[in-house]
Design a protein around this ligand. Structure first.
Ligand code: GLV
Length: 306
C-alpha cells in the first residue's frame, strides 16, 4: 500500500511534509520517483502527465489537490473504476467569496479605472442595490460567493445545471433558464466546473444576451472563455470590462493582449489557493476510508466531470 504525490511543476514538499506530520510511517512516493508502481493505490494529484495513471495497476483513488478536478477528468485514459475526490474546504470558500466581493466592489466603484486614469474626474457609479450579480455555477464555491454578496446588499441570482435552493438567490437552470438569467445580469461571475459542456461557454452569443455594459468576472477556468469574443464585445461596448483570474495558458504569456487592455484586470490565479496543511486531514481521512472499504467523502463523477 503506497501513496503517490504527483504534481509536476508544483512544489511537492509541502504535501509530503503535511502528510508525514499526520502519519510519519506512511509509505510515500513522489512522481517521477516511483520504485514499485504496483504498490501505488492512492494518488494525490495536480495536473498529472496524461495517461500516467495506467502505469499504476492497483490505483484505486485519485485525490485532487484542489477544488477543481478538470485536470483529472480531462484525461481520457483515466480507468473507469478509479474513484476521484476533490477538496471542499471552508477556507477555500472564504477566500473565493472575499476575492469575488473585492472584484465586484472594484468594478462597482470604478477603483481600477480611477487608479489608471490619474485624473480628478469622478466617474459615475451604480448603487450596490442596483447591480444584479449573476453567478454561473452554484456548487460549494458558488453558493459561498452568493451568500457573501447577499450579505453585502447585492441582488444575486444563479444559473446551474440543476435548480438550487439558496435563500435570497433566484435560481435558474437549463437552456431556457440561461436566457432569462442573462437578461437581468449586470455583473456575471463564472464559477462553473470545466466540462465539455461548459468549455467556451463565455462567448459572444452569451455576452450579447447580457444588458449593455455588463461586466465579466472569471474565477473558474480559462477554458470557459472565448478570448477574442471578450475583446470584441468590450471594443463594441457591449461589455464594460472584465476581471480575469484564470487563463488558458498560465502564466499568461507576456505578449497576450489582455495585459495591456485598459478594461481588463488580471490576477495570477489567486482567488482561492489550497493550503496543504489545511486540507491534508480530509485527504488522509479518505485514504483511511479506502483502506477500510468505507465510502469516500467529496467524490465526483468522472462522466459528469464534477
Ligand atoms: C484552483 O483553481 C482549484 O481548483 O483548487
Amino acid at each position: 500500500m503506497s501513496v503517490l504525490i504527483i504534481c509536476p511543476g508544483k512544489d511537492a514538499k509541502k504535501w509530503v511534509e503535511a502528510l508525514k506530520d499526520l502519519e510519519p510511517r506512511i509509505n510515500l512516493s513522489v512522481y517521477p520517483e516511483v520504485q514499485e508502481p504496483e504498490n501505488i493505490n492512492y494518488a494525490i494529484s495536480w495536473k498529472h502527465p496524461r495517461g500516467i495513471f495506467k502505469k499504476y495497476p492497483n490505483l484505486r483513488v485519485i485525490a485532487s489537490m484542489g477544488a477543481g478536478v478538470d485536470h483529472i477528468t480531462s484525461d481520457p485514459e483515466i480507468p473507469e473504476n478509479i474513484s476521484i475526490t476533490r477538496i471542499i474546504d471552508e477556507q477555500l470558500c472564504k477566500d473565493m467569496s472575499s476575492f469575488v466581493l473585492s472584484l465586484v466592489m472594484n468594478k462597482v466603484r470604478n477603483i481600477s479605472l480611477h487608479h489608471s486614469a490619474r485624473s480628478w474626474e469622478p466617474l459615475m457609479y451604480n448603487q450596490v442595490e442596483e447591480e444584479q450579480i449573476g453567478i454561473m455555477g452554484l456548487g460549494t464555491l458558488g453558493e459561498a460567493v452568493a451568500i457573501k454578496l447577499l450579505a453585502n446588499d447585492f441582488k444575486v441570482s444563479g444559473w446551474s445545471k440543476s435548480k438550487k435552493h439558496i435563500e435570497g438567490v433566484q435560481s435558474y437552470n437549463g437552456e431556457r433558464g440561461l436566457s432569462e438569467f442573462l437578461k437581468r445580469t449586470t455583473l456575471l461571475v463564472c464559477l462553473l466546473p470545466l466540462t465539455s459542456e461548459t468549455e467556451n461557454i463565455l462567448n459572444k452569443e452569451l455576452f450579447e444576451q447580457l444588458p449593455k455594459g455588463a461586466y465579466i468576472i472569471n474565477v473558474a477556468r480559462g477554458e470557459h472563455l472565448v478570448e477574442h469574443d471578450l475583446l470584441e464585445m468590450i471594443d463594441k461596448k457591449q461589455l464594460s470590462g472584465a476581471s480575469l483570474d484564470v487563463f488558458r495558458n498560465e502564466p499568461l504569456p507576456q505578449e497576450h493582449p489582455f495585459w495591456k487592455h485598459p478594461r481588463i484586470n488580471i490576477t495570477p490565479h489567486i482567488a482561492s489557493v489550497t493550503d496543504p496543511k489545511k486540507v491534508i486531514g480530509q485527504i488522509f481521512e479518505n485514504y483511511k476510508r479506502m483502506l477500510e472499504n468505507l465510502p469516500l467523502k467529496n467524490l465526483i463523477e468522472l462522466r459528469k466531470g464534477y
